[in-house]
Design a protein around this ligand. Structure first.
Ligand code: ADP
Ligand code: MG
Length: 651
């Protein structure tokens, strides 16, 4: 019996394998056929010829025409990978991952083999990799170890119109690579038509235009401004869904971030549930940067028959990702953008009106496969008279400490004359130097110190890298590394579902026993999770986001960001005095310690410090005698700390 049974299983196995193989084959054949329908395909030969003829080429083509997925493959097929890799940079990590996944399918290879991606904290490449998608920030880091980019035969700086900080810095550096390496090809690709600026910057490089296929898009405005754009967006989506036949096209809504997307998802689910079977199925697909990898693919799955898909996306769907089948775009007109005030050192993420260029890109997403409709949740007057033409490049609205440190360690001393396409404000450069000086990463002549060189090695904010380098001296590197990564994940690890807020808050308090600060609490979370053997169950029980827990490290040394309690309960920053408050989410919000250090300042209704820990003022003088003078902390320490003690210790 056993023999028969096994025999039977074997036969089944073979059949299954064969089925799988023939299915994979037909999927692959379909992908090959699809590749030939993309707008870039008819230009394959002329594009390759232009790349052959020119060292630098600016490529312009409508979103979805196949620039990102096809051009690296064409180059591979044409032999450009014989003497080096093809690198393709993306401003967003999700885009780098998802495009790499797609291209590996198209080439029928395992992701991470011939086709791979590299993003911060995750390298999915191998010795075999010849087509490498990566974030622009990762390529920037590669300059540190390989300033001539010797391992690349071609680099495509993709989504150049996004003008992220890293892309802008790359421009300046990679232009030099092209000058010194005649065998190197550089492609700058962009979705918008103002490519002249790129061409001008890159020594009048020729512009190759890929004519797009765009169907007409009907634009609708609201008659009056919307008070609640989230609600308006949801109502509009449901109206489309119930009035238009299913199967005539999917809906794409542009929202500003994860939280908003999750709220929208919840409301949409509730409302469709209450309508029950009276309406066709609505498949809700969120997509944003921190969405877990395994859920990212869902947005590309074909919409089931008789149903409609509604995609809730951040700006990522504006040009980085193309989702087929969209007919309706709902554009509330906002985006979350970083802004930076060099005077106060305050960086904040603010919901800001989009630019006209963005609005047009968004609308265009509805007209890819047929005539589309765009619903702008703002007035025509807003659009014509209030929106800026273009988004201000990130370099002009961000903290530059990281960039300055990287460029310094690349040996670029004269930052004022660095070849920036649009130079950053000199005030912001100064502020960056001030911070790096406070961290001891540069000396008073602005020269990189040994410490600064070490710090540049870490793919982290200078403050975090300083913390890690310094932890060695305090013999707490293990802990510091845990906290640093907890701080680097970009979202909170604490899960606080609406219907269980009390439970969640209690769970959180457990990590604060003894009124420890947020940093130690983060460490406790990390350590307990580690002790639970990285258990998912443990995370559920403790209201911790499992996926946020994946990366981790530790803290001490945020001495440049300290504040002292005032009589009225607010805090005064020790350097660059300014009134700030402890963020309500902090475990110390009720404790109100006298002296604190904090991880970041955020501006919402007030200017808040987030991730706060209590310190003794004398520590500040001890760790950073070049930055804090005794007089800065004196009024409180005078009795405990003999004058000049801090300055006596040299470090
Ligand atoms: P462009 O870079 O010019 O905007 P892309 O190369 O990104 O264009 O897209 C070309 C086609 O590939 C689009 O039809 C898009 O839907 C498809 N595509 C891209 N990435 C994926 C993915 N991860 N899954 C499924 N399809 C994808
Ligand atoms: Mg693209």
């Amino acid at each position: 019996i056993q023999g028969q049974f096994m025999g039977g299983e074997n036969v089944d196995d073979h059949k299954e394998e064969e089925d799988e193989r023939s299915m994979a084959k037909s999927v692959h054949e379909k992908l090959l056929a699809d590749r030939k329908t993309l707008p870039v395909y008819p230009y394959r030969e002329s594009l390759l010829q232009a790349i052959e003829d020119h060292q630098i080429l600016v490529i312009v083509g409508e979103t979805g025409s196949g620039k990102t997925t096809q051009i690296p493959q064409y180059l591979h097929e044409a032999g450009y990978t014989k003497h080096g890799k093809i690198g393709c940079t993306q401003p967003r990590r999700v885009a780098a991952m998802s495009v790499a996944a797609r291209v590996s399918q198209e080439l029928n290879v395992k992701l991470g083999h011939e086709v791979g991606y590299s993003i911060r904290f995750e390298d999915c490449t191998s010795d075999k990799t010849v087509i490498k998608y990566m974030t622009d920030g990762m390529l920037l880091r590669e300059f540190l170890s390989d300033p001539d980019l010797k391992s690349y035969s071609v680099v495509m700086v993709d989504e150049a119109h996004e003008r992220t900080l890293s892309t802008d810095v790359l421009f300046g550096l990679i232009k030099d690579v092209a000058r010194s390496r005649r065998d190197f090809k550089l492609l700058i690709s962009s979705a918008t038509l103002d490519a002249e600026k790129f061409s001008d910057f890159f020594d009048s490089a020729p512009i190759f235009k890929i004519p797009g296929r765009r169907f007409p898009v009907e634009i609708n405005y609201t008659k009056a401004p919307e008070a609640d754009y989230l609600d308006a967006a949801i109502v509009t989506a449901l109206q489309i869904h119930v009035t238009q036949p299913p199967g005539d096209g999917d809906i794409l809504i542009f929202l500003t971030g994860q939280e908003e997307i999750e709220t929208a998802e919840e409301i949409l689910k509730q409302r469709t549930r209450s309508l029950g079977c009276k309406i066709p199925e609505l498949v809700i697909c969120p997509i944003y940067a921190n969405l877990p990898t395994e859920l990212q693919g869902k947005v590309f799955d074909p919409t089931p028959d008789g149903a409609r898909k509604v995609v809730l996306a951040t700006n990522i769907a504006e040009t980085s990702l193309t989702i087929d089948g969209i007919k309706y775009v709902i554009d509330p007109g906002f985006v979350k953008l970083k802004s930076y005030n060099p005077r106060t050192g305050m960086e904040s993420l603010q919901v800001t009106p989009i630019s006209k260029a963005s609005a047009n890109q968004r609308a265009g997403r509805s007209g890819r496969t047929g005539p589309g409709k765009c619903f702008r949740l703002y007035t025509a007057y807003n659009y014509y008279h209030e929106l800026e033409d273009n988004t201000v490049p990130e370099i002009q609205r961000t903290n530059l400490a990281n960039v300055v440190l990287s460029l310094k360690s690349l040996g670029i001393d004269d930052l004022v004359h660095f070849n920036f396409m649009d130079p950053p404000p000199s005030e912001a450069l100064l502020k960056a130097f001030e911070l790096l000086y406070a961290l001891n990463a540069v000396n008073k002549f602005g020269e990189l110190t040994k410490l600064g060189r070490k710090m540049a090695e870490f793919p982290l904010d200078p403050m975090l890298s300083k913390m890690i380098v310094a932890s060695d001296k305090y013999k707490c590197s293990d802990e510091i590394i845990s906290i640093a990564s907890m701080l680097s994940i970009g979202s909170s690890v604490f899960y606080r579902p609406k219907n269980k807020q009390l439970h969640a808050d209690n769970a959180r308090l457990n990590f604060h026993t003894g009124n420890v600060g947020d940093h130690v609490a983060l460490l406790r979370v990390y350590n307990s999770w580690m002790e639970s053997n990285y258990s998912t169950q443990w995370c559920y029980e403790n209201y911790i986001h499992v996926r946020s827990m994946k990366r981790a490290r530790d803290i001490r040394g945020y001495f440049s960001q300290s504040a002292k309690l005032q009589k009225n309960g607010s805090y005064m920053k020790v350097k660059n005095p300014q009134t700030v408050f402890i963020h309500p989410s902090s475990g110390l919000a009720e404790v109100v310690p006298m002296w604190v250090v904090y991880h970041e300042l955020v501006q919402t209704s007030k200017e808040y410090m987030r991730q706060v820990s209590e310190v003794k003022p004398e520590w500040l003088v001890e760790v950073a005698p070049h930055y804090y003078q005794v007089k800065d902390v004196e009024d409180l320490v005078s009795k405990k700390l003999p004058r000049g003690k801090g300055r006596a210790s040299k470090d």
